[in-house]
Design a protein around this ligand. Structure first.
Ligand SMILES: [Cu+2]
Length: 186
């Protein structure tokens, strides 16, 4: 009996071993990981590529930030003259007629390359607006209370004045007395 069982056990053991080695090889066949890495990201069409980048503008005294649309439909940031801003150009004051309420401030900005000197009429004494007088320009305190820039404004320089007195007030450019403008204070 013993002799007959031994070969059977040996064969059974061999089958088991070979079965184990075969089965042990199976896990070595790694699953193909190529299925997950195939999502193609196509670049989205850039419809805004032609518009320049928006920037945060810091506007000068007398100007307010605004937005305009150019011919390409792009929004562009701009600085526009404020409600009571008078630009001084080579051809005069713009606007040359301004209507304000008593106590409001008017800002004069020289947008010309040569200097301009806004001041109350009448040239050369500048005494029409109440309290104004060109002789007060030498007093550092008094000159802040008169309708007179007391100097030529350089390019891009601004000067502002609060008008409290109601009425129609004419002013001029002291460096070019023929250039005049009007502020109506209501
Ligand atoms: Cu003058």
């Amino acid at each position: 009996m013993k002799k007959a069982i031994l070969p059977i056990l040996l064969i059974a053991a061999l089958v088991l071993v070979s079965g184990c080695t075969q089965g042990g090889q199976k896990p070595t066949t790694t699953p193909s990981p190529t299925q997950t890495a195939t999502t193609t990201t196509s670049p989205t069409p850039t419809t805004t590529a032609t518009c320049p980048p928006r920037i945060l503008l810091k506007c000068d005294t007398g100007y307010l930030p605004g937005v305009e649309t150019d011919k390409n439909g792009c929004e562009i940031d701009t600085c526009q003259p404020g409600k009571n801003t008078v630009e001084v150009t080579s051809s005069g004051f713009s606007p040359s007629n301004l209507k304000i309420l008593s106590g409001e401030k008017v800002v004069f900005v020289n947008v010309d390359t040569s200097p301009h000197w806004p001041a109350s009429v009448v040239h050369p004494t500048h005494k029409v607006y109440p309290g104004s007088d060109i002789s007060k320009c030498s007093d550092p305190v008094e000159k802040t209370k008169i309708f007179d820039a007391c100097k030529g404004l350089e390019k891009q320089e601004s000067w502002s004045f609060i008008l409290d007195e109601k009425g129609t007030w004419k002013y001029h450019d002291h460096l070019n007395p023929g250039s005049t403008g009007t502020v109506v204070v209501e």
